[in-house]
Design a protein around this ligand. Structure first.
Ligand code: SF4
Length: 228
């Protein structure tokens, strides 16, 4: 008999998807514990701890009870629990859920089932409080091999905190041919650091073919409300 896979879990809740191309759809969220980064704008620092141990089966049962067809695996950084989270995603796929994985892209995504929608957040220099040419930034902000694993099903997100982040993100999209690699490129203004109108102005000025991504849940429930 296979050993039971144990996940370290922060919370499970039912809400609407607040971001990306599935925005607005009813969706169950499974937030896993721990993160290997410390972004200045992080709105889920309560996920940094060890979390509660839960079996994959108990997570599946709790999500099934919501009766929704979308499930989003988020964190923290879910890929820190590679084996267990892969098993969880495979189980959701078998149950015909549309599965979204929100990840910071710093750990290889090679084991992810192909049906899963990868929403990969490429971390920007100002977001991590580092210079763009800082060797530590280049070494830690992304596993670049993940760019080769993207498909047209997937989304790449940049949380833009400043003009410098905007320019860096714009260059990254061009340098790595992102339009040919993934289905959607999302530029999201950091909630407390950049006005959405400013980001829109820059995008229109540059005629940039990216999607402005606002966090819908923060407009519905306010920026401080967790578990929604
Ligand atoms: S990767 Fe996500 S969870 Fe981790 S610190 Fe950054 S914003 Fe927070």
């Amino acid at each position: 008999m296979l050993p039971r896979a144990m996940l370290r879990l922060v919370e499970i809740f039912n809400s609407i998807q607040g971001e990306g191309t599935h925005s607005g759809l009813p969706c169950a969220f499974v937030r896993l514990a721990a993160c290997n980064l410390r972004c200045g704008y992080c709105d889920t620092p309560y996920s940094f701890g060890k979390g509660e141990k839960r079996t994959v089966e108990s997570v599946l049962q709790e999500v099934d009870a919501f009766g929704v067809r979308h499930v989003c695996i988020t964190g923290g950084e879910p890929m820190l629990q590679l084996e267990e989270v892969t098993r969880l995603m495979e189980s959701f796929v078998q149950r015909n859920y549309t599965v979204l994985l929100e990840t910071n892209g710093t750990i290889s995504l090679a084991s992810i089932p192909e049906q899963v929608v990868k929403v990969m957040d490429v971390k920007t220099p100002d977001g991590l409080g580092m210079a763009p040419d800082d060797e530590r930034f280049l070494r830690t902000h992304l596993d670049y091999s993940n760019l080769d694993l993207l498909t047209t099903r997937d989304e790449v997100k940049f949380v833009v905190t400043s003009r410098a982040d905007y320019e860096w993100s714009r260059e990254f999209v061009e340098q790595h041919g992102l339009r040919m690699r993934c289905g959607q490129i999302l530029f999201s203004p950091s909630w407390s650091e950049l006005e959405p109108s400013q980001l829109v102005e820059w995008i229109l000025e540059d005629r940039l073919a990216v999607r402005v991504n606002l966090q819908l849940h923060k407009y519905v429930w306010g920026p401080e409300t967790a578990g929604v």
